[in-house]
Design a protein around this ligand. Structure first.
Ligand code: F6R
Length: 610
């Protein structure tokens, strides 16, 4: 989704803004722009539809836009098509106020009508222009005051970066339901929708809260709450460095992040296992509270939701507590059965997904205890949860999630195992076996990663199929959902995941000569059934690529066209292994098809609109 960068200091702003925007490119966008102020040249705005390189060429790498303070933006169109004029910054009628905006102003139509009736001319189709015009409408020589008045009138979600030509010593920032961080430097300050944009310049940051207004100057940053009372912000030090957010010799972030999984898993698992026991710092629930849980709701979107699907199988088996998994956008409108004895597990890589955040608030208002599994430290979902278990995957840049997914899975497994110990629903022997397997998981994932060549070969065989089915039962079905999403989002091949037993209830009519079916049969107790389903599709002409464990390789190889294996492990951990070949398969298919792997069309890394 959209990205914001702001800077005020002693250096030329434009190159810093362009560099920051470059690091936000992964979020997805269709146009880019910036506004920079210089005492001699006033407020200069440069913006253009298309990639950041277009803006960079337009401004000769920022050289033609002079000034030491400014705001920049990458836009992911919501209101109005991607075009030069709809790009941000949006500027007020007189050209004195420039605004960049992430989010949606829901009541913009009514405000626009009001402004038009008062003689204001609009040039764009955006909701953001309303904000710029409204600030000018209320401006009486004090930007902060004018912004305060506008905030009482706009509804929706927004992160705003604002410049005013009449107050050339400040950048004003506002946040509501859309992330913004403040960065601190020597005689300078930064603003960004994502730490990645400013990590090259500073590691000292604060996270803005909803309703807060910040005034950035060369001498420091002042923050006010919605009542305009000063707020003292906590400063945090970002503990990863710029290398983690760079490609480091790999062609794509996605591939780099797939290869980083053994390390990410090690970092997420090892500190949480001490003397053979799971230790979950960040969990405040007492044993009594855990014993009091009547039902669990797992809430998430996309791949994080698929982690929840795996979680449902594993948690119900381990705990004998009913677990429901719901996509966040449905949860908030479905009148869920939640009360004070409900545990809501909220899963999110970014910690900023708007639907997930809204569902979290709904669950909380109904009395649920909120435990989140989040990757981005200090993100909104993390801050609004009672308990947070972080996945220590490091920054994930590719739009398609890989290492965050894998680390979410193991955190949920460890949570389940911990609860099972408290509830007495797992034997000591079983518990210790899973712990042992968890500790070897990073090495086993590394072993799966040695099969890249073979998977690339299969991708070269099947990359030109129009339609692919992923089938499996139980945990293999949950994995099929993720395998299918990975493939379709980055390769644009239509694919669907089916519980194998469902095929004969309709879908099997779509199987014909040459249809590709990826058949997952890693889950030992149902292996024979998986084999029967493979025969069903084979006898109707499908090409089958099978995925199973090393022990079952031979048996499966007899009936499929190609087979990929994963090492044996405890059944509940199999998804952590089987997801890896599915990620690689999607990656290589997309590579063969010449797709923009790290930035698939129409998608964004952090989905901050409903
Ligand atoms: C798919 C993918 C998305 C995200 C979804 C939720 O590869 O990355 O489906 O999983 O948008 O995002 P988070 O986890 O940030 O809430």
């Amino acid at each position: 989704m959209c990205g914001i960068v702001g800077y005020i200091g002693r250096e030329e702003a434009a190159p810093i803004l362009l560099d920051g925007l470059k690091r936000l490119e992964y979020r997805g966008y269709d146009s880019a722009g910036m506004a920079v102020y210089d005492p001699e040249e006033g407020l200069t705005v440069a913006k253009a539809k298309g990639r950041l390189s277009v803006l960079s060429e337009l401004t000769e790498g920022g050289k033609t836009v002079r000034g030491t303070m400014g705001v920049g933006h990458t836009r992911w169109a919501t209101h109005g098509v991607p075009s030069d004029v709809n790009s941000h910054p949006q500027v007020s009628q007189s050209g004195r106020i420039a605004v960049v905006h992430n989010g949606i102003i829901e009541n913009y139509m009514a405000l626009k009508e009001f402004l038009v009736a008062n003689g204001v001319d609009f040039v764009s189709e955006t909701d953001t222009e309303v904000v710029a015009q409204l600030i000018e409408y209320f401006y009486e020589g004090d930007l902060l005051q004018a912004v305060g008045r506008v905030l009482h009138r706009i509804e929706g979600a927004y992160a705003l970066g604002i410049l005013c030509a009449d107050e050339p010593d400040k950048v004003v920032a506002v946040r509501k339901d859309s992330p913004l961080i403040l960065g601190y430097g020597q005689d300078c300050a930064y603003l960004a929708s994502d730490v990645t944009a400013v990590i090259r310049y500073t590691r000292e940051v604060s996270y803005m809260e909803d309703g807060e207004i910040a005034v950035l100057t060369r001498g420091g940053v002042r923050v006010y709450n919605a009542l305009m009372q000063p707020v003292v912000k906590e400063h945090h030090t970002v503990d990863w460095d710029i290398d983690a957010a760079e490609k480091g010799g790999y062609e794509h972030f996605m591939f780099k992040e797939i290869m980083e999984q053994p390390d990410a898993l090690r970092k997420t698992i090892s500190p949480r296992i001490r003397d053979g026991e799971i230790v979950l710092e960040g969990l405040s629930l007492s044993p009594e509270q855990i014993r009091d849980i009547r039902n669990i709701h797992i809430i998430a979107c996309g791949s994080s939701y698929h982690v929840g699907m795996v979680g449902k199988y594993n948690l119900e088996k381990l705990l004998r507590i009913p677990v429901e998994v719901t996509v966040a956008s449905e949860f908030r409108y479905m009148d869920p059965i939640v009360d004070g004895r409900t545990l809501a597990i909220v899963i999110s890589q970014s910690g900023e997904t708007l639907d997930t955040m809204a569902a979290l608030r709904e669950a909380r208002s109904l009395g649920a205890h909120i435990l989140s599994i989040v990757n981005v430290v200090g993100s909104s979902i993390a801050r609004e949860s009672e308990d947070v278990l972080y996945t220590w995957a490091g920054p994930e840049i590719a739009v398609a999630t890989t290492k965050a997914y894998s680390t979410q899975l193991v955190v949920l497994d460890m949570l389940g195992l911990y609860f099972a110990r408290v509830l007495g629903t797992v034997t000591r022997e079983e518990h210790d076996r899973v712990i042992g397997e968890l500790l070897t998981l990073p090495d086993k994932v590394a072993r799966v990663l040695t099969q890249t060549e073979q998977i690339q070969y299969y991708a070269s065989q099947y990359f030109n199929h129009d339609s692919v089915f992923f089938i499996g039962r139980n945990l293999d079905y949950a994995m099929g959902l993720e395998g299918s999403l990975k493939l379709k989002e980055i390769s644009y091949i239509h694919s669907e995941a089916y519980a194998s037993g469902e095929l004969k209830h309709g879908t099997i009519s779509l199987i014909e000569d040459g249809t590709l079916v990826v058949a997952l049969g890693t889950y030992g107790p149902l292996f024979e059934k998986a084999m029967s389903n493979i025969l069903e599709v084979k006898s109707r002409g499908a090409d089958v690529l099978g995925l199973t464990t090393e022990d079952h390789r031979e048996q499966m190889a007899q009936v499929v066209d190609g087979v990929i294996t994963v090492p044996e492990t405890h059944p509940m951990l199999l998804p952590s292994l089987s997801v890896v070949p599915l990620q690689l398969f999607a990656y290589y298919v997309a590579l063969q098809r010449g797709c923009d792997i790290d930035k698939p069309r129409n998608l964004a890394k952090s989905v901050t609109v409903e």
